[in-house]
Write a protein that binds this ligand. Structure first.
Ligand SMILES: NC(=O)c1ccc[n+]([C@@H]2O[C@H](COP(=O)([O-])OP(=O)(O)OC[C@H]3O[C@@H](n4cnc5c(N)ncnc54)[C@H](O)[C@@H]3O)[C@@H](O)[C@H]2O)c1
Ligand SMILES: N[C@H](C(=O)O)[C@H](O)COP(=O)(O)O
Length: 326
């Protein structure tokens, strides 16, 4: 399983070092610069052995305290907390190596600590997120961003999009395509026999019968009817401000939110630090953390590695399930 290094100036190296102090039932390979991890471990006062790996076939199951790294060199030495655009190609290269390795079967999954989208964009490459990056690398027609905590799963119709563009992106085709991919993966990757999906409206109070917006009447309601006719169990559109309560969540497998900051703040409020981000619809397994690069915490020892541990555990379970089903 490949673990990418994440933004080297952020907390990615810190949380990898923290998480790797635990045992995992998988062979874990970090794709990154070994010196970055040695230096950050020293800064954190963490006791961990960094080993360079050149022969992937010889890697043993991970045991606490050893960090095995497939070497990829940083362009310049990193200072924790200080972004340097010179290292942006390094970040992209770790993603490419890990993603390609999954596609060729070298890796069973990729787990991604956080990258800084802004610094990657400064190179002139448009990078809006791992989700879209791996969609393009894998040539996948439809991917779905889903975050999962102990309390809920939340998937998104639109992902990293300016708010002003959201309404026009909520098309019938987008809703159908995302819902079908979500329904498929809930069944086949998460063991939900007959997935029940709660769908948020876009507007306040799901449009208040058209008085507070027409997207529900013009697009969402007719599309959900079509999806129900296909046998997909969608409920809604429900007002997003009140659907996140136990009486709804307990009877559903997932909430489908229309946009990033409609669904994710609720999930992050209830489970920040212990939730996982999973990209559905890819031919490969990709999980990630529920947080960003937290430059303010890099090198301080205050970053929680909880979400990375959950992301690794999830990827292991998904990889084992996939092996069983082959
Ligand atoms: N999976 C990813 O690659 C990913 C996910 C989210 C955000 N990001 C990126 O990260 C960058 C910074 O984003 P942001 O500032 O909005 O969010 P952030 O998650 O980096 O930080 C938000 C707040 O949460 C705290 N925090 C974050 N992770 C923490 C942890 N593990 N332990 C303790 N506290 C933690 C930070 O200190 C900060 O106060 C952006 O470029 C964003 O796009 C990447
Ligand atoms: N939307 C994610 C979050 O808020 O946690 C985050 O930006 C990461 O997205 P990618 O997995 O696409 O990088």
């Amino acid at each position: 399983m490949a673990i990418t290094s994440g933004e080297p100036a952020g907390i990615g190296p810190d949380i990898i070092i923290g998480a790797f102090k635990n045992d995992f039932a998988a062979k874990l390979i970090v794709v990154g610069d070994p010196d970055l991890f040695k230096r950050r471990a020293q800064q954190l006062g963490a006791s961990i052995t960094v080993e360079e790996v050149n022969e992937l076939g010889a890697v043993p199951t991970h045991s606490a305290g050893t960090l095995r790294v497939l070497p990829t060199a940083l362009a310049v030495t990193t200072v924790a907390g200080k972004l340097d655009v010179a290292n942006a190609p390094y970040v992209l290269e770790t993603l490419r190596l890990a993603g390609q390795g999954c596609l060729t079967g070298t890796f069973d999954a990729v787990v991604t600590p956080p990258v800084h989208k802004g610094i990657l964009c400064e190179t002139g490459v448009h990078f809006s997120g791992h989700t879209e990056y791996f969609q393009s690398l894998c040539n996948s027609p439809q991917v779905v961003m889903m975050l999962a905590s102990n309390a809920m799963r939340v998937a998104l119709v639109t992902t990293h999009l300016p708010l002003k563009d959201v309404s026009s992106a909520i098309t019938s085709n987008a809703i159908k395509s995302v819902t079908r991919a979500l329904n498929h993966d809930l069944k086949h990757r998460f063991g939900c026999v007959s997935p029940k999906i709660l769908v948020c409206g876009l507007n306040p109070h799901a449009g208040e019968d058209g008085h507070l917006g027409r997207e529900e009447i013009d697009t969402i309601i007719p599309t959900l009817t079509e999806l129900r006719n296909e046998g997909i169990d969608v409920i809604g559109p429900l007002p997003a401000d009140t659907l996140f309560q136990p009486k709804y969540l307990e009877q559903a497998d997932c909430v489908l939110a229309m946009y990033h900051d409609q669904g994710l703040p609720v999930l992050k409020y209830s489970g920040f630090g212990s939730a996982v981000n999973i990209t559905l619809g890819l031919p490969i397994i990709r999980t990630s953390v529920d947080h960003g690069t937290a430059l303010d915490l890099a090198g301080t020892g205050q970053a929680s590695d909880g979400s990375l541990k959950v992301a690794i555990e999830h990827a292991i379970v998904m990889a084992n399930n996939t092996r069983k089903s082959i």
